[in-house]
Design a protein around this ligand. Sequence first.
Ligand code: SF4
Length: 345
Amino acid sequence: LSQEFTLKSKGVRAERFYAVKDVSFSIRRGEVLAIVGESGCGKSTMARSVLQMPRPTHGEVWFRGVDLASLRGKQLQQAMQGIQVVFQDPFASLDPRKRVVDLVAEPLDLQGVDSKDRRAHRVEEVLASVGLDIAVHGHRRPRELSGGQCQRVAIARAIIASPSLVICDEPVASLDVSVQAQILNIFEDLRTELGLAYMFITHNLAVAHHLGDRIAVIYLGRLCEVGESDAIYRAPMHPYSAALLSSIPDAQGASEQIRLLGDPASPVRPPSGCRFHTRCPRKEEVCSTIEPQLQEIQPDRWVACHFPLFPEGVTKASIATHQPAPEPDVTEAVGLTSVDPDVMN
Ligand code: SF4
């Protein structure tokens, strides 16, 4: 998946650049994939590309056996009902003129649920599942709610359509610290209750570890490391993941403390070779000329680095025999009879 944009400024020639380049990942049914990286690294662009907002410049987004990027109009609208989104700013994502009950019921229109009783019952049910009382909050407008309550409304609105995937774009970043834990708990409870899968975008590795089954670390539009959440948190193998972990005061088990050098480079003119080399304390000459590719260096552990950090007892030689898993056969997945319903690509 790649997403290219044009940067236009007055008096300067327009420049094309990739906000996200050649990223590939999958989310299984009921799984939480946490996407972690600093501001401006392309993680929200990745989420929006999955939502076709805008459609990716290159690549495919497979969901329930269909490439969303190939659909248009009503077909796309129908396929997208299985995917809902919760944005960072709950006030901006809700129509300020509407009452809570109407905001939450809106997605039911797309599903053709027109029985008044069924709508009212469903709204009451989902509001209760996010800790809101319809009698108290149902007739308020967004400005009459706190930030945490607004985010609960946004979550209720996302789950009322019974999606199987919810894209959460920094859903707690704009909330008070005291409210963040409550909202994260709601996400956890709903996942268990409804079997939801999340693509959970965050800049906080501790939050990613808390919620995620797997973590994907992204830097300047490229994936650096993808793997099981505990494994990355215990012993990150990419220097950037290690730097994110080193910045968490009470994080356990960082095998090596890595301090970032300088500021992030511009995604418009990314550094040559490894995009992280201008900030990496482990860089060697080759890093500035040859871009490392994402490789599966342990089962389900993908790292893009010429000199990864190996956990104690693991050496390059001891993993050299591991053969990367073959790429999924996309042409086979097109045939509806051969689609694995447990995998959403
Ligand atoms: Fe650092 Fe080189 Fe690895 Fe990039 S490839 S993360 S610069 S060691």
